[in-house]
Design a protein around this ligand. Sequence first.
Ligand SMILES: [Fe+2]
Length: 273
Amino acid sequence: MDARLSAIVSKLVYQVQETIDEFNITEEEWMEAIHFMTNVGKNDEYHLLSDVLGFSVKVNEKTHANSKNNVATDHSVEGPLYRDNAPVHHCEASMFEGEEEPGDVLFLSGQVTYSDGTPVPKAIVDVWQSNAEGDYENEDPKQADYNYRRKIETDNNGHYKLKTMVPGPYRISKSGYVGQLLQKMGRHDWRPAHIHFKISDDFQEPLTTMLFIENDPWIDSDAIGAVKDSLILRTKKIDDPNEMNQYEMDKPFYVAEYNFVIEKAEERTNQIN
Ligand SMILES: [Fe+2]
């Protein structure tokens, strides 16, 4: 017997029974619920349902609560659109081929350190994001393979630099069954613009997180509830001609800095034990 499983299912059953009681749920409504869950399964939308109900973020927080001290960067969910084997660059990278893409250029830089402040040389900063229209390359035939996907190896002091375009917000449920549920509940399905990261050294599982572009219209109502203050990327607009020259830019753009803090493998092991 699995005592933990039994306890969890019993609690869930109790809470559903309570809800049936409280709302006097009818057979017709119950059949509609069963029909909905069947369609969510057939359409492969369970992950999405978990996301929009806030379960994915909650479980992510619980999973990493034990191994996280107050200093390390907050974890977040990976999401469904990660691809491994992005092109590797040393110290700095452009997230796209060529000079520029539609939207606003963003120069992002920072340092990866351990929680004691020691820089992490040769850390891998694995980055992926949508373009300015909110489209990921693997869902957009107009974009090149691995567009906006790069792995950047930090220098000897843990520094990394990247040039990208400010990503756009995007909708997650489109026209599926989960989308219909959100509509009936009067909820939108927008995710605020964000950039995904996995940060790792040689010895540890990556720290997976995402940074949100400040002032995005959806930042206070993320459809999956992943926004945290600590993960908001403060950007500065550069529109002074002299400063623009320093970056060899002929139109306004944005700069931002973000430092990632990861735990050493032994710190994580100690805390778990
Ligand atoms: Fe995303």
